[in-house]
Design a protein around this ligand. Structure first.
Ligand code: HEM
Length: 446
């Protein structure tokens, strides 16, 4: 007997689902799961979509049957910006790149970035004034951009960071539009590639290729990520190195993937802290006990246990990547149902992280959910801000360390208070950000 499609809404008018999605993506996905269960088949215009929302099915798609899918259309389209970088490449090319880049993200290697992270955060902290209002979203974007720029290029681009920041902001706008898992339906394609976006890409390319050229001429190996990309050889494969174009694609990918996600995670963390004084007090107590007033270091990160827990819980409630897509390369079976070739699978950390079966009282902010005891009793596929399996986030260790160090550095000096009249609205683009920014008042801690 042929496999059936999973249950799902069958509206009479073809655009009903699309309109609902457009109005409220998070609400639409949440309702699909509530009304139809763990695997939902739905149409958006002509396309077949599936919402996958059970840890076992999640594991099937991300690990067990990972070879039967590839990245969703959004990321396929992002190749226009990112070329064949790690985020967008597939198959053998992806395996080779992952193999070559993985060592750069090992725990020991990322230790070298800890001091830079603290230094950039201290500069931000020193620029703040007591009682002033800041858009935290903007502040976090600035500091995480400075951090990833230095991790990638060392000090080679520090003089141009404003200009690069501006070019990147333009490119990120395009990236966000491209990579939303429903992008092709939410936007009119082909994308209106304005001259501004093209100019921004050209500007970034010029900088990256210039730095590559200078480095190749100098012949020295710097300790940053670019140095690694230029030097690494595919030792398990044919011993080849990355071409200049490949180095450019990887650098652009790390630049883009490496800061907006972390910035949003931190913005939401500070917002949640401001609403939960008991959590904030415990966070401050940990900072006082572990750091005794000195700046945090790499060695402190594993000791800042509560800080890590609250960052993890913030990414549960507000997952920066709220949904991502996979496209079926062939017909296959999932949970007893048919996944048709070319249809799109949507995996949503937002929906899973708010499912009361795995997260009782899902809207409650409770960092203790990430205590070692509670973590040990939970299926790891119920929590996936960084995804799982062969295509999980390569920057995950970098992001955990960066989160802890930024929270600790700012938390020692400042409390951030909400501005009650400022509207806080979730805006699910590629990342989940606050639609109107996030205004907060900085209060110096005595
Ligand atoms: C809180 C911060 C971060 C979050 C929530 C996050 C989340 C994710 C997720 C969900 C994916 C999988 C996307 C998919 O399969 O479609 C991913 C992939 C990736 N991330 Fe991150 N990320 C974060 C920080 C970083 C950082 C700091 C870097 C680099 C410095 C980075 C680089 C990448 C790259 C290169 C990939 C592609 C990996 C591959 O396909 O092999 N990310 N990230």
């Amino acid at each position: 007997m042929p496999l059936p499609f999973a249950p799902g809404p069958r509206p009479r008018l073809p655009w009903t689902n699309l309109l609902a999605l457009r109005k409220d993506s998070l609400g639409f996905l949440t309702a699909l799961h509530r009304d139809y269960g763990d695997l939902v088949h739905f149409r958006l215009g002509p396309g077949h979509f599936h919402l996958v929302n059970h840890p076992d099915l999640n594991r099937e798609v991300l690990v067990v049957q990972a070879k039967k899918v590839r990245k969703g259309l959004g990321l396929q389209r992002a190749k226009l910006l990112l070329g064949e970088g790690l985020l967008t490449s597939e198959d053998e090319a992806h395996l080779r790149q992952r193999r070559m880049m993985q060592p750069a993200f090992h725990h020991r290697k990322i230790a070298t970035y800890a001091d830079q992270m603290v230094r950039h955060t201290q500069a931000l902290s020193q620029s703040w004034r007591n009682g002033e209002t800041y858009d935290l979203s903007h502040e976090m974007m600035t500091v995480t951009l400075a951090i990833v720029a230095e991790a990638l290029f060392g000090s080679d681009v520090s003089g141009e960071s404003d200009e690069i920041g501006e070019a990147l902001t333009t490119v990120i706008g395009a990236f966000n539009a491209l990579t939303n898992p429903f992008a092709q339906l939410l936007l009119k394609f082909p994308l209106p590639y304005t001259r501004r976006i093209e100019a921004a890409i050209r500007r970034l390319n010029e900088t990256i290729y210039r730095v590559i050229r200078e480095r190749r001429e100098k012949g020295t190996e710097e300790g940053d990520l670019l140095g690694m990309l230029l030097a690494v050889q595919d030792e398990e494969g044919d011993g080849s190195r990355f071409s200049d174009a490949q180095v450019r694609d990887e650098a652009m990918t790390l630049f883009l993937a490496g800061h907006e996600t972390t910035a949003n995670a931190l913005t939401w963390t500070f917002h949640l802290l401001s609403q939960h004084p008991e959590v904030e007090a415990r966070f401050h107590a940990e900072l006082a006990e572990v750091l005794q007033g000195r700046p945090p270091t790499f060695e402190d990160v594993p000791r800042l246990k509560y800080t890590e827990m609250l960052f993890a819980e913030a990414m549960r409630l507000r997952p920066p990547v709220w949904a991502f897509g996979r496209q079926a390369l062939q017909d296959f079976e999932l949970g007893g149902y048919l996944i048709k070739q070319d249809s799109l699978l949507i995996l949503s950390p937002w929906v899973m992280h708010h499912d009361p079966r795995w997260w009782p009282e899902p809207d409650r902010f409770d960092p203790l959910r990430f205590s070692p005891e509670q973590k040990a009793g939970r299926n790891k596929f119920t929590y996936f801000p960084f995804s799982h399996g062969p295509r999980n986030c390569i920057g995950e260790p970098f992001a955990w360390m960066e989160g802890a160090l930024i929270l600790a550095t700012l938390g020692q000096a400042w409390r951030l208070e909400r501005v009650p009249e400022h509207p806080v609205v979730l805006d699910p683009l590629f990342t989940l950000r606050p639609k109107h920014g996030l205004k907060m008042v900085a209060r110096a801690r005595s």
